[in-house]
Ligand binder design. Structure first.
Ligand code: FMN
Length: 217
């Protein structure tokens, strides 16, 4: 698959097949994730990969933490955001809504429980960065994650980045023996998408260039 096609076709998957992913395929997509550029080549990203019984244990722990603390899905900001961002997130939820309705589950519950269970994907990835890095280095980690998502797409695998699980960072760190000096910045569900599931068939919209570009000439 060519790069531009992978960029165009990638979408987040939220129902996965019960089909294992070969270890060599996982290793290969991480080879590509590691090719991302980073400031003075520090490569500040680190990934913890779980599958099988360890992943199930992590999911059980996260679902329990969710039940106790019920962290809602949101932008994670304290100050109110400009309306255009609120509007885009509202539209993302609307794009997903009809497929969630077909499942007969409340939207927030679907996203929150789904996120905590990595949407049933066979592989759960935890993305970390050393806390001693300044916030700007999270950009480098994001680049590596983007490479990872596109490499997965190119290999016929599906992903869903999952920010919600960072609300339960202490539980994850404990379950996976992640040291205190590491910050958990993202989860990623990885596997083969169930292409027949309506929840995997919608495509989110994007802002037009008029909204995100400013030409100064
Ligand atoms: C940093 C980040 C965090 C995200 N967190 C979640 C999440 O917790 N749960 C979820 O279902 N999707 C999550 N997503 C997926 C976004 O909802 C999705 O990328 C967005 O709606 C655009 O859709 P697309 O990925 O299908 O193009 C996250 C994506 C990113 C990049």
């Amino acid at each position: 698959m060519d790069l531009l096609a992978a960029m165009k076709e990638r979408r987040s998957a939220r129902t996965f097949l019960d089909r294992p992913v070969a270890r060599k395929d996982i290793e290969e997509i991480f080879t590509y994730a590691g090719l991302a550029p980073s400031a003075i080549n520090m490569q500040p990203w680190e990934f913890v990969i779980t599958y099988g019984e360890e992943k199930d244990r992590l999911v059980r722990r996260l679902l329990k933490a969710r039940k106790e603390r019920q962290v809602a899905c949101g932008p994670g900001t304290t100050d109110p955001l400009p309306e255009k961002y609120v509007d885009r997130s509202r539209r993302a939820a609307q794009d997903m809504q009809p497929a969630v309705e077909q499942l007969g589950v409340a939207f927030n519950r679907f996203v929150e429980e789904g996120s905590c269970s990595f949407y049933g994907a066979p592989i759960a990835i935890i993305v970390t960065i050393d806390r001693r890095f300044p916030a700007i280095r999270y950009l480098d980690v994001g680049l590596s994650v983007a490479y990872l998502l596109l490499a997965a797409e190119a290999k016929g695998l599906a992903t869903c980045p999952i920010g919600l699980i960072t609300a339960y960072g202490a539980d994850i760190a404990d379950a996976l023996s992640i040291g205190e000096n590491k910050e958990i910045v993202l989860g990623i569900a990885l596997g083969y998408a169930d292409e027949t599931a309506p929840i995997n068939q919608f495509k989110t919209a994007r802002a037009g260039q008029g909204e995100i570009l400013r030409w100064y000439e």
